[in-house]
Design a protein. Sequence first.
Length: 301
Amino acid sequence: MGLILFLPTVLGIASAFGLALLSRSRSALSGDHVVITKVFRRLIGWRIGGFVVGIALAIAIPFVALGLLGIDSPEVILVWAPVALALVYLLSLLIGEHVAYRPAAGQHGANLAARVASRYITVRGVIVPLVASLGFFALAVATLALTNDRGSVMITCASPYPNDYGASSHSTIERSTSWACLGSIATAAILTALVARAATNRARPDTHVFAAAEDDALRRSTIRAAVGIYTSFAAILGAVFTLVLAEVLTSDFEPCGAPSWWNPIGVALWWSLIAWFAVYTWGVVQIVSRPIATRMSATIG
């Protein structure tokens, strides 16, 4: 549980440092094309700025919730902190792509063929976020199915005495929070798609084939960063719901007994946290990945 609490902050700090080092790396781009280098630095600046603002919000949310609103709930840290970080970072990517390069008035580029996002991301690059999304969706739906309006799982059983029933409950995540998490994942997915579209449709700074290769590398890096933050975000929320369900399914509902098949499923969910951490790590790697320009993938337009 403690590790999950710090994942959003660790993600932000580690990625910000990685991006800062990336901006100083001479191997990221050749440096032969001044305009491409300027675009690269602007994009990195917006990405670092997104993390700085996102981390600040993620840290401030628990203090505001407790100090001003009197809300003392782990859901504030487990859910709303990563939501703030992910959405702010995706917005910074989106804005960065729109302002990174604007051609001078009267300057036009030749577009022989419309660019598509699939040009900058492979099928393998969307398998992990797709699996993470489906896994989180299944866990959220299962949590909603088990949770009543009072935010708990209730099991009733017959008492030895006539017309008397025993009941036991176990607290789980609020239904409103579960719906909010589903909405935030949908919002993050929409923002990720908008980032991919903005990166794909951004004007081409130069028509030189080597400059085009490096520009394509920047577009590819932005899309990978968007997919990475979305995947890490889905992994954090997926881990949260995994913890909630695993704790419920492996608990003793005295005096009533839970179904016998609950416990093995709960144990399997505890072990599945390793998979969520692997998915989270994959997302972080995508965020700090170095732009790689290859002549084979460069096309003018």
